[in-house]
Ligand binder design. Structure first.
Ligand SMILES: [Fe+2]
Length: 352
């Protein structure tokens, strides 16, 4: 009897650990290409079935990356669903779990985005609201500008698993775009962040920096953590990202006729007026803006290419700046009408 029970427990455990979990979507290289990512704790194939109705489901295979962190091996699977039709409800099934999502409308002239930074498992005061509103269709995708889970790597990554499962009801339904914050440094060069997500591939190819055009907006995501952890990982990535950004913004700026807006998102802000954080006059903010010790700052590229909006988190507050460049603010009633400098929005208050 005891042997039978043990056998049952073992089988049951295998079923649980082999099941797909942490299922989530992201835009791949265009709004019509969606990456579907999930994790298993047992080896399995990156394969799903999808279609617009049960009668036309087809198989689609992808890639698997097996990675170790804290003694635990996780298998990250990704399948790219490309050339999707606009305004279409798609169903997809991974093993015996079925999900669905709706693509954006063809003209892309109107869509809603939920942008926030700094959301964890504990004290995640916005979590339920984000899940409920996302499922209800109140926004079309999410941009999470760093500091996820607090932390993805805690407890050998189990907190990251818990976080991704917690958000699965919404991020399996609408794209979840991410960039890294300081809390994504897991001591292993962002292993958890690199292996858990699949962002657009036109930048660093490891989720750290990328851009995508979605309708009238060019969205560019950057890592401020190359600066924050330069002593741990060296400065090569700062230059790689900077050179890529220069090119990305110049191209976007010359394509205003087709895509009139440029929006940046990054974790650490250039500017803020949060009292307890020294008003973003800290060395880290100055380096980001203007550079130091031979490292290139980012703000001149924003100014030169007339970036419209810059989102940041890190400070647990919401603030909207006047248009600002080189520490100079442009006040006044008309300041937001064709502003002469980027407008920054600090939105790091998802957690409290
Ligand atoms: Fe942070």
């Amino acid at each position: 009897m005891m042997k039978l029970m043990l056998l049952f427990l073992t089988l049951n455990l295998q079923l649980v650990t082999g099941a797909p979990e942490q299922v989530h979507l992201a835009f791949y290289n265009t709004p019509w290409d969606i990456s579907v990512s999930w994790i298993t704790f047992e080896e399995s194939d990156a394969v799903l079935t999808f279609g617009t109705s049960a009668s036309n489901f087809v198989n689609k295979t992808g890639n698997t990356t097996s990675w170790e962190f804290g003694g635990i091996i996780r298998h990250s699977h990704v399948v790219i669903l490309d050339n999707l039709k606009p305004s279409t409800l798609y169903y997809y099934k991974i093993a015996d779990r079925q999900f669905s999502f709706r693509t954006l409308t063809a003209d892309l002239t109107s869509y809603k985005v939920c942008v926030f930074g700094d959301l964890g498992v504990f004290n995640g005061r916005s979590t339920q609201s984000i899940i409920n509103n996302g499922i209800a269709g109140k926004f079309d995708f999410i941009v999470h500008i760093g500091d996820l889970a607090y932390d993805l790597h805690s407890n050998n990554g189990k907190l990251g698993d818990q976080y991704m499962n917690l958000l699965e009801p919404v991020i399996s339904k609408i794209p979840y775009m991410v960039i890294a914050g300081n809390h994504e440094n897991d001591g292993k060069n962002f292993t958890n962040f690199k292996n858990r997500f699949t962002m657009p591939q036109n930048g660093g190819k490891d989720n750290q920096f990328y851009s995508i055009d979605i309708g009238p907006v060019h969205w560019t995501g950057l890592s401020t953590e190359y600066y924050g952890f330069v002593e741990d990982y060296g400065n090569a990535s700062i230059f790689t990202q900077f050179n890529w950004l220069k090119n990305d913004l110049e191209k976007a700026n010359s394509n205003r006729g087709n895509v009139p807006w440029i929006t940046l998102f990054q974790h650490r802000p250039f500017y803020c007026s949060v009292e307890l954080a020294a008003d973003c006059t800290l060395y880290e903010n100055v380096v980001l803006r203007h550079g130091a010790l031979g490292l290139p700052g980012l703000e001149p590229e924003y100014i030169q290419n007339s970036v419209d909006i810059g989102f940041a988190g890190h400070m647990h507050a919401y603030e909207r700046m006047w248009p600002v460049a080189n520490m100079k603010y442009y006040h006044g009633k008309e300041a937001y009408h064709n502003p002469v400098a980027p407008v920054y929005i600090l939105t790091g208050s998802a957690v409290s």
